[in-house]
Design a protein. Sequence first.
Length: 347
Amino acid sequence: MTAMPRPTSTGGSIPSDTVREAGGAARAPEARRRERISVIVPAKDEAESLPTLVARIEAAAANHDLLIDDIILIDDGSSDETWATMARLAREVPAVHAIRLRRNFGKATALMIGIAAATGDIIITMDADLQDDPAELPRFVETLAEGYDLVSGWKRKRRDPPTKTWPSRFFNWTTRVATGVALHDFNCGFKAYRREIFNSVELYGELHRYVPVLAHALGYRVAEIEVEHHARRFGRSKYGVARFLRGYLDLLTVLMITRYARRPGHLFGGIGTLFLGTGGAILTYLTGLKLFGGAEIGDRPLLLLGVMMVIIGVQVLLFGLLAELINSRTRGIDHRDLVREAVDGEG
């Protein structure tokens, strides 16, 4: 398959022998190291596609000399023959490991369970519906070898109906503007990570699509490459409007985590000070009217507004202080995970 040009952070393209970091400059490729790879595939009601997917992953590994340590299939509460198919593949294919969850917990939980079971130095996640092409695996590994910690796929030419593509484009644009991470397709499940990212990033809810944002906030280097996207052959899509609504709520969570996780007092202190200052100014104004003009202020709605804003401001300030106290007693990210490399002098 001919390699696609890799996108720039501004939506253009650059030659296939270079790649641009999200928000950064292009880098020349380095020699690819033969690292151990774990492929993680969460699935719900995808029994028909799994045998073909596993066969294609193994073919890509054999054709490009990739060291696939394990292919981890996670059954996230399927109601069809998905688990029976996974169990059969695990018995027939040495690299396959099948995990069955007690019920449907969602993609983020399934991915974290798969990551915990993985043994590879590189973690690659992909969907089970055959829309992601395993032939792209070498390109992800090659891009990581150029010095990046996370490579996200970009389904530039999607094989989905407009009811799915247009909301996705709007969602991606909003996320790109809000977070400052110059990716085009946060929703793409086809991603490659260096394992150490998950020492600092834990997934829950719908946060799997925001791993590039969380990793970027911790100083990990993020890149994006175009990937082939095929039409769905079996089953039906599991995503609807509710997915995008949940995504926006999780975007607020991510913004909170990346900007104020270690300093919540700055957020709540700023909001509390704004309310307290505005309420104080209102009450000062009304006091002046009363003392120097003899005006009656007891029946003015402005008085109630001023008192309410002062009370809210004090409460929000105290909430921020409480959050700081909790933060000081909670183990945060291991600072060693924030260090890229270190050099010691001789002697």
